[in-house]
Design a protein around this ligand. Structure first.
Ligand code: WTA
Length: 633
């Protein structure tokens, strides 16, 4: 196991060491894993290209560290506890031995179906244990997984399949979410009609057992291909810097990009952070409510916990089914010790009323976590009082798809906590605040743009198929720094508070969305001439989506038109990107160079039209009043 920090003094010492001798520090963590062959070089880096290599020459397989390594010591301990959507159906447990056997069987099935090291395999699955099994099986045979959140549309799925030229899709028949039975295979069928010529086979896991269309030439049932497979499988030997997975995420421009993570560094960092941030103890039950379709599920449902030999829970359903007490019932039932969720879930449950949380035995909770978006004071306090009962510290963890693991967070029981503050960097992480010119903002009680000035093992290596884009987005804004896209405040005592994105990315219920992506989808409607999408404060979702639309005459106030726009966004991206508010406007405020003045649109969308600043230099200053009037502010 990696080091587990226990005291504040130790945190300070270890932090100091990690900055003074980073290579030495990380080598010590890496040595706690099983490597088939030790690395030649701990670190080589340059943020210009960028080129970052950790533990180069080291040979490993991450699944040997997730599974095989634990067999002798905790083979009969639960590795995964799966809680199904239906509250009356029994939970399912896989011990480390059982999980190892299932992963090996599916690894053999993948190989038998023509998947080899380096092939890309796309996932489009609900939260079932087979998802974790298949992800690990890919890693075992050196195939690269690209998990797509099962709420995305067929078009969005097709885009991701094509970008990574995936050879296979693994899916389920249906997705049981609350009272709904959502078709999954049908979405894959639809996606495959959109030019995904690289796909040779589709493996379908039977989940709810509903009707599906079948193509004998490419569709294969999970249970058929798993039949009689050997329960052992020799893991592929991977180089530390070989690709482990691709995960698509939204940025301020263009289509979502495939963030690439590699084997060695990602393994070391996710295990190290899991062990320290959650202070996992032998025998604990850990539950992260994220979906494996997002980075949080990758790092803190699957890899981090299993690398640490933890018992990790997977939940198929939603927090409000059958009612808003589901999370707390599950915590009580499985005596959950560490609970990790998103502010949007906390706000939604808080709004339902205290009666749903009161009366549940949450006394096993030792740590409660928050991730994905800024948590507001009311939600923080409610979480602290009603869920943690003042006994379980809140860890407000800041990180990103690109960082691979948690970067800034309190360590529970070790460092202090303050509402809304992610607080302190993990040892090994060197954050820096800069102004727009890239100059360091020093001292305390200041604000700046959050950058990281030294590499860490699980950082993004490239954007799949387009390295220049990676350089441009993350490494070109400021010399020799990774730019996060977030604004950040440092309080009088040096704690960090993440304020939110400073680019055109919005965060809706913890889901990252590019405004350009939503605009492109809206623009597909034939009556739309131009659109501009901004975020606005939303009580439950954190940010809501506000779409300003210039459209052909007769569309203003037309409910059918709004419905059609939402339908087009649902088709191109998925229901998570549906605008909350649509406003037909006669024009959009633009600069003389033709750029939309989003600052003004954001203000109006927030319902506050005071202080719009100087609008006289706009190309069309008169439009500001027209937009205000249309918005009624
Ligand atoms: C935001 C999720 C405030 C931030 C792991 C970041 C947060 C983006 C926090 C990454 C937090 C994440 N407080 N904001 N604790 N955690 N964010 O890639 O804007 O889905 O840049 O990764 O979410 O979102 P992503």
């Amino acid at each position: 196991m990696t080091l587990q920090i226990k005291t504040l003094e130790q945190y300070k010492e270890v932090y100091q060491e990690s900055v003074e001798k980073p290579e030495f520090f990380w080598a010590k963590q890496a040595e706690t894993f099983h490597w088939q062959q030790k690395w030649d070089n701990i670190l080589e880096w340059d943020f210009k290209t960028p080129a970052v290599k950790w533990f180069e020459g080291g040979k490993l397989n991450i699944t040997e560290n997730c599974l095989d390594r634990h067999l002798a010591t905790r083979g009969d301990q639960p590795a995964i506890i799966w809680e199904p959507n239906d509250p009356n159906a029994p939970a399912k447990t896989y011990t480390y031995k059982e999980l190892h056997a299932e992963v090996c069987k599916f690894s053999n099935a993948l190989r038998a179906n023509g998947i080899e090291k380096g092939d890309r395999v796309c996932f489009y699955m609900p939260m079932v244990p087979e998802l974790a099994i298949a992800v690990l099986a890919c890693a075992r045979i050196g195939a690269i997984h690209s998990v797509v959140f099962a709420g995305f549309s067929a078009t969005a799925l097709a885009d991701r399949i094509k970008d990574a030229t995936c050879k296979m899709v693994i899916c389920s028949d249906y997705n049981a979410r609350g009272a709904k039975n959502i078709p999954v295979k049908a979405v894959v069928d639809e996606a495959l009609k959109q030019g995904c010529s690289s796909i040779e086979k589709v493996i379908v896991h039977k989940n709810t057992g509903g009707e599906v269309q079948w193509d004998d030439a490419k569709d294969i049932w999970w249970h058929d291909t798993m039949k009689d497979r050997a329960t052992t499988c020799k893991p592929e030997t991977m180089d530390s810097e070989d690709m482990l997975f691709i995960l698509y995420t939204s940025g301020s421009t263009g289509k979502p990009k495939g963030v690439v993570h590699t084997c060695g560094g990602y393994m070391v960092y996710t295990a190290y952070t899991f062990n320290n941030v959650f202070q996992y103890q032998e025998g604990d039950v850990y539950w992260c409510t994220a979906d494996v379709g997002w980075i949080t599920g990758h790092s803190y449902i699957i890899y981090g916990p299993l690398l640490t030999g933890a018992t990790t829970m997977m939940f198929e359903g939603v927090p409000t089914y059958p009612d808003a007490s589901r999370f707390w019932k599950i915590c009580e039932k499985h005596q959950v010790n560490q609970f990790y969720t998103a502010p949007t879930a906390i706000r939604a449950l808080m709004a339902k009323g205290d009666e749903y949380v009161n009366g549940h035995d949450l006394s096993n909770l030792k740590v409660i976590g928050s991730v994905g978006e800024p948590i507001n004071v009311e939600a923080w306090n409610w979480y602290n009082e009603k869920v943690g009962k003042g006994n379980a510290p809140i860890i407000d963890t800041w990180w990103q798809t690109e960082t691979g693991g948690i970067m800034i967070t309190p360590l529970p029981g070790i460092t202090d906590t303050k509402p809304c503050y992610a607080s302190y960097p993990m040892p090994g992480i060197q954050p820096i605040l800069v102004n727009a010119d890239g100059e360091e903002v020093k001292g305390n009680d200041v604000e700046g743009l959050l950058c990281i000035k030294f590499p860490w093992p699980s950082m993004i290596r490239t954007t799949y198929g387009d390295h220049e884009r990676c350089r441009q987005v993350y490494f070109s804004a400021f010399e020799n720094m990774y730019f996060t896209g977030d604004g950040c405040r440092r309080d009088a005592d040096g704690r960090l508070r993440i304020i939110g994105r400073v680019d055109d990315v919005i965060n809706v219920s913890g889901h990252r969305m590019g405004t350009a992506e939503v605009e492109n989808a809206i623009n597909e409607h034939p009556a739309v001439i131009e659109s501009a999408v901004v975020g606005y404060p939303h009580d439950i979702k954190g940010q809501g989506i506000f779409a300003y639309v210039i459209a052909q005459e007769g569309t203003a106030g037309d409910a059918d038109f709004e419905k059609e726009l939402r339908a087009v966004v649902t088709k191109v991206i998925g229901p998570i990107a549906k605008p909350d508010k649509i406003l037909v406007v006669p024009g959009l405020p633009k600069t003389r160079s033709g750029k939309i003045m989003r600052r003004i649109l954001r203000k109006i969308a927030s319902g506050d039209a005071s202080n719009l600043g100087d609008t006289s230099t706009l190309l069309n200053p008169e439009i500001v009043d027209a937009v205000r009037k249309a918005a009624g502010v």
